[in-house]
Design a protein around this ligand. Structure first.
Ligand SMILES: [Zn+2]
Length: 54
């Protein structure tokens, strides 16, 4: 996923702002974790795809 995607991504559960912790970044973010500060959910980013399923 592109880093710019963080500007539009919101928590699908509560619409809160997500924070990103990157564990592998090449041209794009390959692996990491998205955190929702509001509801404390975590969403993994695997192979460049954010898994936003609730
Ligand atoms: Zn949330």
């Amino acid at each position: 996923m592109k880093r710019e995607l963080m500007d539009i991504l919101r928590c699908p559960k509560c619409k809160g702002v997500l924070e990103l912790e990157v564990s592998l970044e090449e041209e794009e973010i390959e692996e990491g974790t998205l955190f929702c500060d509001s509801c404390k959910r975590k969403y993994p980013v695997e192979k460049g795809i954010p898994d936003m399923l609730v």
